[in-house]
Design a protein around this ligand. Structure first.
Ligand code: NDP
Length: 402
């Protein structure tokens, strides 16, 4: 698709399990994964889970598998294989283990849609494999598009695979674009809550610790994305994600701080009309929307109440203080392997911060130095993305003596 008009989103294929869509839930033990299981449990006539995967949280994975009875269960950590296998003996589930099994599971026949809810670069290979096999994708794992968005989206077009966003901002844009296939987007505006440190300056941020950064005011999320929200890197990653999902030029993507997290994003068309999608901050809604698309499913989620005279406010982001957003914008504009390098350095920096190895502001230094150090490749192959990721990780880790 080109940026002049938008691609009409294809509906996910119908299920081979009666009317139920069979979900392959990759990253089932995380924040998105567990909320997706709540949606599935509430709609047993619409969804079945046939694949569950986790990295190391074998206890929760076993519990989930006993409850949802998938055909395949994958644990990344091979040392947990026997424990999971024994616990699920007699359930009929095939148990697999190891990183390669996470990728192989993406080729399995017995699911229709992958909910890509693995965190970080680790989600890229399974998602690519699912697309190769013609599976619809409900995409939470934004890093997949940050790292190799050109290759991933090209392959999705070739395989005629719908990639439906789960990220609330992108789900909002996706919903605003329904019925607008022939109309030009002037710009999209991604809203950001501002995170727990909105309004703070570097003299405050220099002292913040892991516990503070994990306290997001509006959303309850996994540790990595919570830190990314606190640094505003998350919004930068989302700008890059939006570029690939909606085929936009960098200058068409803006960010605005909206601390109440009620408006999930805006689309402005060439006639100056602006559409927004709104609702209370609850990831179950975009998860359900992506899994059920093109249908909407009635639910009992809490509703936003206009009679409570809530104030909705908007302000520009403070890029001078939250420099990670500026670095992500640099990567967005420059392209090539720079977003991949940014992502790798960020994953390592967040890892170091979460283990109290570096301070909050040091994360920016690690990312900036890594972006300067790694050789720029304007049009990388998939192999070169993997190499850039590896080089950036090693260099970033060396800066922190990891
Ligand atoms: P969590 O950290 O809560 O969960 C991550 C999941 O991925 C877990 O199931 C985890 O398994 C698994 N995992 C972690 N590392 C690996 C690995 N190396 N290989 C295979 N599996 C792995 O993350 P979230 O649910 O918060 O986020 C998931 C994705 O969704 C991220 O890309 C995030 O940016 C995106 N997202 C999240 C939102 C949210 O509200 N949480 C909102 C919008 C987007 P285990 O538990 O065993 O470690």
């Amino acid at each position: 698709m080109n940026s002049a008009t938008q691609q009409k989103p294809a509906a996910a294929p119908t299920s081979a399990d009666g009317n139920r869509k069979r979900i392959g839930l990759f990253g089932s033990t995380g924040s998105i994964g567990t909320q997706a299981l709540e949606v599935i449990a509430a709609n047993p006539d619409k969804f079945a889970v046939t694949v569950l995967t986790a990295n190391s949280n074998f206890e929760l994975l076993i519990e989930q598998a006993k409850k949802f009875r998938p055909q395949t269960v994958v644990i990344g950590d091979e040392s947990k294989f026997q424990t999971v296998k024994q616990a699920l003996a007699g359930t009929g589930a095939e148990v697999m283990a190891g990183d390669q099994s996470l990728v192989d599971a993406a080729s399995l026949e017995h699911y229709d849609m992958m909910l890509a809810a693995i965190v970080g670069f680790a989600g890229l290979r399974p998602t690519l494999r699912a697309i190769e096999n013609g599976k619809s994708i409900a995409l939470a794992n934004k890093e997949t598009l940050v790292v190799a968005g050109d290759i991933v989206m090209q392959q999705a077009v070739e395989k005629r695979v719908p990639v439906i966003p789960v990220d609330s901002e992108h789900s909002a844009i996706f919903q605003c674009l329904i019925g607008e296939t022939r109309n030009r987007i002037e710009k999209v505006v991604l809203t950001a809550s501002g995170g727990p440190f909105l309004g703070k300056k570097p003299n405050y941020l220099v002292n913040v610790k892991r516990e503070h950064a994990l306290q997001h005011p509006n959303w309850n999320m996994g540790a990595k994305i919570s830190v990314d929200s606190a640094t505003l890197m998350n919004k930068g990653l989302e700008m890059i994600e939006a570029k690939w999902l909606f085929n936009l030029r960098p200058e068409q993507i803006q960010v605005v701080i909206h601390p109440q997290s009620i408006v999930h994003s805006f689309v402005q068309f060439e006639d100056s009309s602006i559409k927004a999608q709104m609702g209370l901050p609850d990831m179950k809604l975009p998860i359900q929307y992506a899994m059920a698309f093109p249908q909407r499913i009635a639910n009992a989620f809490p509703r936003f109440d206009f009679s409570k005279s809530a104030q909705l406010t908007f302000e520009p982001p403070d890029i001078k203080t939250f420099r990670n957003l500026g670095l992500a914008m640099e990567a967005l504009y420059k392209g090539g392997n720079l977003p991949c390098v940014l992502n790798a350095a960020n994953e390592i920096a967040v890892y170091g911060f979460l283990r109290n190895r570096i301070g909050f502001l040091d994360m920016t230094e690690v990312i900036e130095q890594t972006m300067k150090k790694i050789h720029f490749i304007p049009k990388p192959t998939l192999e070169q993305y993997f190499e850039s990721d590896g080089e950036a990780r090693s260099f970033a880790a060396s800066l922190m003596n990891l």
